[in-house]
Ligand binder design. Sequence first.
Ligand SMILES: Nc1ncnc2c1ncn2[C@@H]1O[C@H](COP(=O)(O)OP(=O)(O)OP(=O)(O)O)[C@@H](O)[C@H]1O
Ligand SMILES: [Mg+2]
Length: 466
Amino acid sequence: MIPLSLARIAGITGGQLCHGDPDAVVSGEVVIDSRRAGPGGLFAAVAGERSDGHDFAAAAVAAGATAVLATRPVTVPSVLVADVPAALAALARSVVDALPAVRIVGITGSSGKTSTKDLAAQLVERLGPTIAPAGSYNNEFGHPLTVLRADAATRYLVLELSARGIGHIAYLCRVAPPRYGVVLNVGHAHAGEFGGLDQVARAKGELAEALPADGVAILNADDPRVLAMAGRTEARIVTFSSAPVSDAPVRAVDIRLDDLGRPSFTLLTPEGAAPVTLRLHGAHNVPNALAAAALARELGMDLDGIADGLGAAVARSRWRMEVHQRPDGVTVINDAYNANPESVRAAIDALAHLAQGGRAFAILGHMAELGGTSRASHEDIGEYAARIGDSGLAGLIAVGEEAAPLLDGARRVRSWTGEALAAPDGAAALELLANRLKPSDVVLVKASRAAHLEGVAAALEGEAGQ
Ligand SMILES: Nc1ncnc2c1ncn2[C@@H]1O[C@H](COP(=O)(O)OP(=O)(O)OP(=O)(O)O)[C@@H](O)[C@H]1O
Ligand SMILES: [Mg+2]
């Protein structure tokens, strides 16, 4: 964080300083979780559904925070503003303006933003000091908080941009204008809120539109809606592709998965070819790796460095395709972070691959925010699960009533011999599975964030001899 006095913070945010020394300096982290407030930091008080940050203002200052950013009076040093996200945005933008040499990267798409951001950050860190968000800090709170961590030593900002509606990404791009923009895919995540895939494409394409003429738009050539964004930007276009035939400059060919679903491929760029083996699981991480590679190449990394960096990169954010082998021979895939139709298909693909030689089970919760297509999408995924591999999943356990259409879809497949099982909650799902699991079986756990199935995955991981 660039040190800022309270007077300066009030000036930038148009806020009013209360109970504070105008010369007191904020030099620590800006946080919205009071438990993370520390010496010299700034605590932004936000009123949530369950608790109101203002109630923790005094605790944050007691923990060392210099002041609180608040929308109503508190008894400790504070800057009173009308709107906390807007104030954070103004502060973040002032930091960006003070650091013109920092190269800013924005990454968006319906699935894989965090996975790609984590890969890209691990490459870019090799080039110089890099700030990237922890986990999925990608909205009007997490985005400015991440930007605010930059200081004079920072060379790169690798940012994840999310949208739940039109204008959201344009807004985040005004907070920290990216010169490099990566668009991964246009899928059904939040499609209900957007009102269809074309609207999702319109929203994600705001990143391309925000790029300057001397910027670079890194686009997935395998997704027609993403490729079409080439027409919406002044920036130079660089595409990537994992299709067997493509004229994209950055490609993956000879893609193979090992027994645990970790992809190997030959990375092709105009500079040559290099072998890559990822530590991440699932074929869907190939496009994510290509996006990171294309970015690193634009930032000046050579091919060997890129291949080496991709091979060394680990999963930094939890519950995305974590593969856990139990001592009893059962393998658990914990992909419980989130779910939408594309990412569930990708996970079922990985499950089927890992289960070659054993049986595949999936504990699936519902996919949220799909709007009018929700029932049909669930049925289609159920059908997909019943058709995968030679004979479909051995067992499909749908958790909760909203996930039940998954089972209807699976039952549509007449030839399917697997079991369609309904569980009211995670505990019931575990019970159903416990009677059935045998060594060499593989279990996938996945649902939208709201379902919190990571507890189910943790219980499964912890079982049997640990
Ligand atoms: N390129 C991809 N295509 C399809 N699914 C993917 C892809 N990359 C990751 N996934 C799957 O999507 C889920 C979410 O991954 P990740 O957290 O990287 O995405 P995200 O776009 O950041 O999601 P969010 O919108 O929740 O921030 C994971 O379960 C992962 O396995
Ligand atoms: Mg994310």
